[in-house]
Ligand binder design. Structure first.
Ligand SMILES: Nc1ncnc2c1ncn2[C@@H]1O[C@H](COP(=O)(O)OP(=O)(O)OP(=O)(O)O)[C@@H](O)[C@H]1O
Length: 213
């Protein structure tokens, strides 16, 4: 399995945020995007996930007997949790499990197992909106577990987490990588992964952000 980006550029509004971004990831590889606020990390993740068009370049996915559309191989966890606050956690996860479905390469775990894996097995009957910010983030992460996708695209996955939840996420990410999955993540915090590659986004901002760091 390979996820390749070649010569990617993206624009938001009038501004070209980055250009000529390339990477080539195989099974078990992790690429961490770092850089100042506004440097284009989220934008790059959304381009790779197929949620924004690229200004130039392309993203390709190749796996045995699979579609070459990279977006179909990806789980995307953005800044927002993509869960309805008035629905219970179980209802939200059930929606995602059905909507995403499984692929020929693998199957997701049950909703009960996914909520146990993120350390919150007892509260899946509650409306998502009742949960604390950290609990909501954990349950959003459970979305990655209920349907299988080989590529995990995570935007600030550790936001709002306590130390124990950070360990849980690191463990789940490591298990995903050890099973041959791929990771592309933007983060300001270390994810605790060995052998992750780093791509530092510099952006084309008119402001000398790098000088401020
Ligand atoms: N819809 C939009 N229209 C115009 N500009 C946008 C839009 N969305 C984002 N931007 C701009 O694009 C730039 C890059 O934003 P992006 O969210 O990719 O940065 P980031 O590196 O992920 O930042 P952070 O570390 O703060 O999450 C920012 O200057 C932002 O204001």
């Amino acid at each position: 399995m390979r996820l390749k980006a070649e010569g990617l550029a993206a624009r938001r509004g009038e501004d070209l945020l980055f250009s000529d971004i390339s990477f080539d990831l195989g099974g078990g590889d992790a690429l961490i995007l770092t850089g100042h606020n506004g440097s284009g990390k989220s934008t790059l993740l959304r381009v790779v996930a197929g949620l924004l068009p690229a200004e130039a370049g392309r993203v390709t996915w190749s796996g045995p007997g699979e579609s070459s559309r990279a977006s179909e191989a990806c789980h995307y966890l953005g800044h927002r949790n993509a869960m309805k606050p008035e629905m219970t956690v179980s209802e939200n996860l059930s929606f995602w499990k059905t909507f995403l479905g499984d692929t020929a390469r693998g199957r997701g775990v049950s909703i009960a197992e996914a909520t146990e894996l993120v350390g919150l097995g007892g509260i899946a009957h509650l409306p998502f909106g009742y949960l604390s910010a950290g609990q909501q983030r954990r349950m959003a992460f459970a979305k990655l577990l209920v349907a299988y996708r080989p590529v995990w695209i995570l935007d600030e996955p550790m936001a709002a987490l306590d130390a124990r939840a950070e360990e849980t996420f690191t463990d789940l990410i490591q298990r995903h990588l050890q099973a041959g999955g791929l990771l592309l993540a933007a983060t300001h915090q270390p994810l605790g992964l060995d052998n992750a590659q780093e791509l530092r986004m510099k952006g084309f901002s008119a402001f000398p952000q790098d000088a401020l760091q």
